[in-house]
Design a protein around this ligand. Structure first.
Ligand code: 13P
Length: 242
């Protein structure tokens, strides 16, 4: 199980120290990982002050190119240099505002795997696609086009329906389970596969989501910025697993 906090373009170094103050008193279980994804400039400090408490650190995006003249982009190599465990790729906000395509996602994920960083590949349908009952086909296609040809180590897929991100709306349990099943079936060849859910996960709905059979954790935006809530969600996950 993984409880991951995507801080997006929020918080700064002083917040990392606030988070550290709270995490010092937490018992981080082996069976449930906790990870945070701050902005790039805070990754080094996050690694420095939090990894001793078993908090995993991840980046929010990664270039699809190895290196070169790509001003403003960050390479898998640089992310590995910091010692990141994870990197989110293909988040819907990257797809929307930075035109990241399935091909881009596949290339970034391959580069991350080559650096032994676990990619968290985001997939999810828009409201339009959902209303047209095309969700399963759409996800099937995203998975087919985004997954690297060779997955030598572990891989995480985050199912994040676009209409659930930051809206307070969340799919029905059956909807989450059926999409996670589509992903499982498509990726049955991947040995260390986790599928996590993201989109309006909060303290009140987390136990309902995390109890689902094929849900291996959550990718949390808004509620990860409220550290007490985030840690309470972590504790809920621990209760379900242990
Ligand atoms: P919210 O939890 O704010 O809906 O964001 C989800 C998300 O985009 C995590 O990557």
């Amino acid at each position: 199980m993984l409880i991951a906090g995507n801080w997006k373009m929020n918080l700064n170094s002083s917040d990392l120290f606030e988070f550290q103050k709270l995490i010092v008193n937490e018992k981080i279980e082996k069976k449930v990982e906790i990870a945070i994804f701050p902005q790039f400039p805070q990754l080094q400090l996050a690694k420095q002050i939090l990894s001793k408490y078993n908090v995993k650190i991840g980046a929010q995006s990664c270039s699809s190119q190895l290196s070169g003249a790509f001003t403003g982009d960050v390479s898998a190599d640089a992310i590995s240099d910091i010692g990141c465990d994870y990197c989110i790729v293909g988040h819907s906000e990257r797809r929307e505002f930075h035109n990241e395509t399935n091909e881009f996602v596949k290339n970034s994920a391959s580069l991350l795997l080559s650096q032994n960083i676990t990619p968290i590949i985001c997939v999810g349908e828009s409201l339009n696609i959902k209303l047209q009952n095309r969700t399963q086909k759409f996800i099937h296609n995203q998975i087919k086009e985004c997954i690297p040809d060779i997955v030598s180590s572990s891989l995480i897929i985050a199912y994040e329906p676009l209409w659930a991100i930051g809206t307070g709306r969340i799919p029905k349990n059956e909807e989450i389970m059926s999409v996670h099943n589509v992903i499982f079936n498509e990726l049955s060849h991947v040995k260390n596969l986790k599928i996590i859910y993201g989109g309006s996960v909060n303290l009140s709905n987390c136990s309902n989501v995390l109890k689902l059979k094929n849900v291996h954790g959550a990718l949390i935006g808004g509620s990860s910025l409220k550290f007490k809530d985030f840690l309470a969600i972590y504790k809920t996950a621990v209760k379900q697993v242990i």
